[in-house]
Design a protein around this ligand. Structure first.
Ligand code: HEC
Ligand code: HEC
Length: 211
């Protein structure tokens, strides 16, 4: 299929999310071109848009982006009936035709410079610092992430998004699918944060980090 036609299909898919895409074709459009289908929600620089709960994705490592897109594609993430945001991301993940295209768009997202998010959550960062000690092994002292333990970087994640994800992990809306090994790891960790105030405090602390 001609690349221009592919991009048009991609754009059309933004409004018609049930659009069927056959699998198995080789990648013919670049990650940069595919990214154009992401900017309506994740915005031009991948900085995200809190008005529609789309997180910042710019500069996330390619292994993490790839793993999450693959999870959305296979329904390991974003298929829970209470996961309203995940349910919106899921059809988008299926616009990539195959693993090569997922890799290409992931590499492009990873190449974008991270954007510092505005702070929208009120929390006690000093109190959150104590909780964050338990997060360091997987998310790093400076929130830089850890490829070995598969903990994504948090330093540039928007505070409102991290709070929403912590709630989802705790409620089993994310990380409870039997095929979600890394999600299960994080789900277990979320129980350390006993209430919403503790979650707000820890994300307020993370917002002070900058790797
Ligand atoms: C219709 C809006 C929309 C479009 C278009 C969209 N996304 Fe998303 N995306 C979301 C939302 C909403 C979430 C948050 C899901 C959640 O809260 O769990 C998300 C989450 C993600 C995540 C997970 C981030 C993390 O930190 O775990 C990645 C990666 C991602 N999107 C990549 C993409 C890519 C690449 C594209 C383009 C091919 C794309 N998205 C297109 C709405 C969208
Ligand atoms: C044992 C390792 C481990 C520990 C400790 C841990 N996490 Fe995680 N965390 C993960 C993994 C792995 C993921 C990615 C899950 C996935 O693949 O969906 C994750 C994901 C997250 C996310 C979602 C990020 C995104 O971009 O969607 C947030 C927020 C988070 N962790 C916060 C925390 C906080 C706060 C703590 C400390 C209270 C913590 N984590 C402790 C492993 C860990």
């Amino acid at each position: 299929m001609h690349p221009t036609v592919r991009i048009m299909l991609f754009a059309a898919a933004l409004s018609a999310t049930a659009c069927y895409r056959p699998d198995g074709a080789t990648a013919t459009i670049s990650g940069k071109e595919m990214f154009r289908a992401c900017t309506s929600c994740h915005m031009d620089h991948g900085q995200g848009n809190p008005a529609i709960q789309a997180p910042a994705i710019a500069g996330l490592p390619d292994w993490y982006v790839e793993s999450q897109i693959t999870k959305f594609r296979t329904g390991v993430r974003g298929a829970h009936p209470d996961d309203y945001e995940g349910l919106r991301m899921r059809p988008m993940s299926r616009q990539m035709m195959n693993a090569d295209e997922v890799k290409a768009v992931s590499a492009y997202v990873a190449s974008l410079p991270p954007v510092k998010s505005e702070h929208l959550v009120e929390g006690d960062a000093a109190a959150g610092a104590a909780s964050y000690a338990t997060c360091v092994a997987c998310h790093g002292v400076r929130g830089e992430g850890n490829a070995t333990t598969k903990g994504p970087p948090l330093a540039h994640q928007p505070d409102w998004y991290m709070l929403a994800q912590l709630k989802k992990f705790k409620a089993g809306v994310r990380g409870a699918n039997p095929n979600d090994t890394t999600g299960a790891t994080m789900r277990a960790m979320s129980s350390i944060l006993v209430d919403e105030q503790m979650m707000k405090n820890v994300v307020a602390y993370v917002a002070t980090l900058n790797p």
